[in-house]
Design a protein around this ligand. Structure first.
Ligand code: 13P
Ligand code: SF4
Length: 359
């Protein structure tokens, strides 16, 4: 639906009144009515970098989800305030790893003599507390655009990809498995899934001892729903179609795709393709719709009809953005995201490790 012209005008006026005092970041999954007001758009890695690179903006309005705003708060100075226009914009995947569960899993891995040669690698899509755990245990954060480099770094830390060392990958089992098997050459048998609801993660001592990747049992409720059937149907119905998906999709789906990548990479790949290319895209619907509008010369369709928007990304709408901006004009800060200083200090270690990865 087209944005309400009155709200568009109010957002424009508030941004103009605030000038350089506000910097608006927009994730690629945001609604178009919101993304039109973003000073920078990006995937979660680019937005983390952008937040860190704006020391002069006293207010950063983060149009994305909670874990992204938390990371921005950790990476910015104490004088800067990060605002999330709707606090209900969480992430179901991030919620699948609670800090108490992760600490408990680590204790069990310690008791089994496994933790001593294991390094945690934590997907950006996690709470600040999990990132802090990662920082305390020598690990790194990663995003979908640098998961390979992060895993290579982690295995180097524990003695190389061919060796005894292990990675505990949190919380997205699919990104962990896809990266380990497709990009590091590990096998599916090298990967086990730790179920936090079962004793010892539901794993036997032999399974744990033999594993190289211990994958947390988390997934994205949007990307996890794309199916092999949808890929096969698209290939049958659209001659020459190219299938491009996000690495949060299930392994079997990613194996059938022509291209795999973060939201930023999906955009770049499609932008670089010749006119007339037919695509089906397995990622969030706001982005897919925008790609279809941006590249009318290509034929761009959504991979699966019964998958819908990321409901939490969609919580940020134009009314919430206008409210956040107009409040700032009135010198009121609504919905600031503030991470506890000790948690932030530990999480920053893991985030800085990611930012220092090559590439
Ligand atoms: P990107 O890292 O590709 O931006 O993805 C973030 C996300 O939430 C995917 O579901
Ligand atoms: Fe979380 Fe999935 Fe939504 Fe990304 S698309 S914010 S991983 S629920």
């Amino acid at each position: 639906a087209p944005s309400d012209p009155d709200l568009v005008e109010r957002a424009r006026a508030a941004k103009a009144a605030l000038g350089d005092r506000v910097f608006v970041l927009g994730h690629h999954y945001q609604r178009s009515e919101v993304i039109q007001f973003a000073d920078v758009t990006g995937d979660s890695f680019k937005l983390a970098r952008e937040a860190a690179a704006r020391p002069d903006a006293p207010y950063i309005v983060f149009c994305g989800v909670h874990f992204m705003a938390e990371s921005a708060d950790i990476l910015t100075s104490d004088e800067q305030t990060v605002i999330l226009p709707d606090l209900a914009a969480g992430c179901s995947m991030a919620d699948m790893a609670a800090i108490a569960q992760v600490e408990d899993a680590w204790e069990q891995l310690e008791a089994a003599g496994i933790a001593q040669r294991t390094i945690p690698v934590t997907y950006m899509n996690s709470s600040a507390a999990i990132k802090a755990f990662t920082g305390r245990h020598g690990g790194t954060v990663c995003t979908s655009s640098n998961a390979r480099t992060a895993l290579e770094w982690a295995f180097d830390e524990v003695g190389g990809v061919v060796g005894e060392g292990k990675v505990l990958f949190l919380p997205d089992q699919h990104l962990g498995r896809n990266t380990a098997v497709r990009e590091l050459g590990l096998s599916l048998d090298d990967c086990v899934v730790w179920d936090p609801h079962r004793p010892n993660g539901g794993l036997t001592p032999e399974q744990l001892a033999g594993a190289r990747m211990i994958l947390w049992r988390g997934h994205c409720s949007v990307h996890g729903r794309f199916t092999v059937d949808a890929v096969e149907t698209a290939r049958r119905e659209i001659p020459g179609v190219k299938v491009i998906v996000h690495p949060e999709c299930q392994y079997e789906v990613v194996q059938l795709a022509d291209e795999v990548g973060s939201t930023e990479k999906i955009i770049q790949t499609i932008a670089a393709a010749p006119d007339g290319t037919a695509w089906v895209v397995g990622t969030e619907l706001n982005l897919v719709k925008r790609l279809a509008e941006q590249f009318p010369g290509q034929r761009i369709a959504f991979l699966e009809k019964n998958v819908c928007y990321c409901s939490t990304m969609n919580r940020i709408d134009l009314p919430h953005l206008v409210w956040a901006l107009e409040s700032l004009v009135d010198r009121r800060v609504v919905n600031p995201i503030t991470v506890d200083p000790q948690v932030a200090a530990d999480a920053r270690i893991a985030l800085d490790r990611m930012l220092a990865l090559p590439g």
